[in-house]
Design a protein around this ligand. Sequence first.
Ligand SMILES: Cc1cc2nc3c(=O)[nH]c(=O)nc-3n(C[C@H](O)[C@H](O)[C@H](O)COP(=O)(O)OP(=O)(O)OC[C@H]3O[C@@H](n4cnc5c(N)ncnc54)[C@H](O)[C@@H]3O)c2cc1C
Length: 505
Amino acid sequence: MNTPHERAPLTVIGAGPAGLTGAYYARRFGATALVLDQDTRVGGLAQTGTHRGFRFDIGGHRFFTRMPGIARLWRSMLGADFRTTNRLSRIYYNRHFFSYPLEPLPALRTLGYRESAHIVSSYVAARLSPRRPERTFDAWVINRFGERLFRTFFEAYTEKVWGIPCTHISAAWAAQRIKNMSLRSAVTKALLPGSGGPTSLITQFEYPRHGPGMMWEAFARAIEADGGRVRLGCRMARVEHDGARVHAVHVTAGGQTERLPVERLLSTVPLQHLVRAMTPAAPDHVLAAAEGLRYRAFLTVVVLVEARSVFPDNWLYIHEPSLQVARIQNYKNWSADMVPDDRYTCLGLEYFCDEGDALWSRPDASLLQLAGEELAALGLVPAGGVMDGTVVRMPHAYPVYDDAYVGHLAVIRSYLDTFDNLETAGRAGLHKYNNQDHSMLTAVLATRRLFGLRGDPWSVNADEEYHEEGDAQFVDLLTGLEHLEETQPPALDVVGAGTPSRGDV
Ligand SMILES: Cc1cc2nc3c(=O)[nH]c(=O)nc-3n(C[C@H](O)[C@H](O)[C@H](O)COP(=O)(O)OP(=O)(O)OC[C@H]3O[C@@H](n4cnc5c(N)ncnc54)[C@H](O)[C@@H]3O)c2cc1C
């Protein structure tokens, strides 16, 4: 016999930003939700971990959105604990700090006359004979910055992130991440302040006093206060269906398997896992499409250092090609309350990898040693200066946009569309490079569909230029959610929202 919670009108798999938002939004339909997550804490990729009382993020999580409904919801959840933070994040290369995005005049000064002359002549050469066709990342950057700057400031970091040479990365990625930038526009901006610049840089953002997990813990409490339940340590293994509707999920918890009947199912787990879990099994071509989806994994080596201050930035980009670390977070610079004792600093060294590769499989002690050595090589912490630490691995951090993923998604989507009471949302749930706000929005749209209203989570476009107007239609979806009386929001046409370019790498 299932308890009332286990017969909730909405069952959600995943207690990350998408799953918790979907569950919270169920209140708009007078419904309670049961949220199931395999992890021991809520927040998914946006959780906050702790080590000996020091808090840390999985990647630093900025709260930034152009959707007022989401901004209000975040504020209503945390009140004064949701604070504005100034951004400082620089490139660290060859023991020098360079502003990000690059400011060419100071950068040239720091690099010295000789290197500057090389950079300028390589830029002129690239302008005179640009690389055509401009299909790859290296060609796109070299055409706008010259080869020398590309090798110094773009190549190593990009290859760390994706684990493949820049010659194999699409120019579209560069266009999205380095939008509106070129050496010429950067020099113009430096000489003529106010002449405009890249739209992508966010100089301020919000951040919860105790890290992003604080936000998602507040959502979980609100869901439970509404009569819902958030069950952790509970892995979804199977989704039982009859080809048109899903009937139950099978979860494993504490070595036991349970069958939980479902009325409506919102999944935010990686799409590949959802397809694998379908029982009876999805057709072979759908399974093949799911297996074709690729993910880039991410691990954070969290270290404690006995020093009040190591560097003033929220995070540093590490461009030294000889080192494996890609970014270093300094959590106390995001919020002083992330550390219990200001005499110490807690740093997060971020490594991109593939699940199961040599880095991923390295024992924690060896990763801590590597982190200590790399901090010493960078000159940031003296050798032997790492006191202690921990390692967190995330296998599905980055959905990979390779040549085949669009085709795979089309196959998977048309299969999932055959189920009346199943929706998928979020980042890995849609295989889309969504940040928290867009992950939340996709969950709202998916939940609406599950309750018979219009909305299409696939229409949220995290990759294109932000369209203020296109986005305005979503505002209403979340407006007043924190003081809800009505049960049926007006049906809205939901098409093609965009986003500012401010990805998490
Ligand atoms: C390094 C990094 C930095 C980022 N920085 C930012 C930032 O600055 N700002 C921002 O807004 N966004 C940022 N993001 C993006 C943000 O983390 C995501 O948008 C958000 O976490 C996605 O939410 P989600 O609920 O879709 O997925 P997730 O957060 O991945 O949550 C999915 C949940 O599903 C659970 N799950 C998976 N499989 C199962 C299963 N079989 N059974 C039960 N549970 C399961 C997982 O345990 C997890 O809790 C960053 C992401 C990364 C990787």
